[in-house]
Design a protein. Structure first.
Length: 255
């Protein structure tokens, strides 16, 4: 697209986004304006440079609703592009009011180039950043940093944040080593996923605390059921460990 065509496109998008502003808070926003999204996708697929110029201008617009709408358009665009990622991360760094929208928009882009910034937001407790980091960490240094951040937020009062932290630890860390911290989270919140995660913990470390935790809870409650499933699993695991030790001891004496 030439400059005149880009100018015309910008005018159309700004007008359309302002028309759509009353729906911007709705998750189903793309479905409300299929023409808007279809046109943006067509531009991106046929002229990526033109798309970048349009997106860049929309993200710098003085009107908040235009900037928000631009992020929604980029979020709906299933196209991996590093330059678009850099544009979006600049918004996240600069504008706190649009930070979460910007992080959401990064999901459909090639985000590894902006991993340092994503880790920066993860360090501040943004669950979208924690979740993205789980898919992007590559080097030992990155993994070490990600694990440290996840540990920091495993006891967060925000469920989404601590859930994202748990998932990251399950992927990159040793659950037996993380068991004391996961147990602390279970004792504080009784989250189902955390209770289940302790099935990979050493029975001698968590079995008795889980029984103590379960004792005052009525059998009719979901937490009782969740704890019982993990306790039963750990008791079976403990029994197998003991039997294996006895077996090896007996076999060793035979020799």
């Amino acid at each position: 697209m030439n400059d005149n065509e880009i100018s015309q496109e910008l005018t159309w998008y700004k007008s359309s986004l302002l028309e759509a502003k009353s729906y911007l808070s709705q998750k189903a926003w793309p479905a409300k304006f299929p023409e808007l999204h279809a046109r943006f996708t067509t531009v991106a697929m046929s002229d990526i440079d033109g798309c970048r110029k349009i997106a860049g201008e929309l993200l710098k617009d003085d009107n908040y609703d235009v900037r928000l709408g631009a992020l929604r358009l980029l979020r709906s665009l299933k196209l991996r592009d590093t330059i678009l990622s850099l544009m979006i991360i600049r918004v996240a760094l600069k504008e706190e009011g649009l930070r979460e929208e910007a992080l959401f928009a990064l999901w459909t882009k090639d985000t590894y180039k902006v991993l340092p910034q994503i880790l920066e937001f993860a360090e501040k407790g943004y669950y979208q950043a924690l979740t993205m980091a789980r898919y992007l960490l590559r080097t030992p240094e990155e993994i070490h940093q990600g694990i440290a951040i996840a540990r920091k937020y495993l006891l967060s009062e925000d469920y989404e944040v601590r859930e994202a932290s748990l998932f990251l630890l399950q992927k990159y860390a040793s659950i037996p080593e993380e068991a004391p911290l996961i147990l602390a989270a279970v004792q504080k919140y009784l989250d189902e996923l955390f209770i289940s995660a302790l099935k990979k913990a050493p029975p001698e470390l968590v079995l008795e605390p889980l029984k103590v935790l379960r004792s005052p809870i009525g059998k009719e409650y979901a937490e009782y059921v969740d704890l019982t499933h993990t306790i039963d699993f750990l008791e079976k695991k403990e029994k197998e460990i003991t039997e294996n030790k006895i077996h090896f001891f007996v076999e060793g004496n035979k020799e």
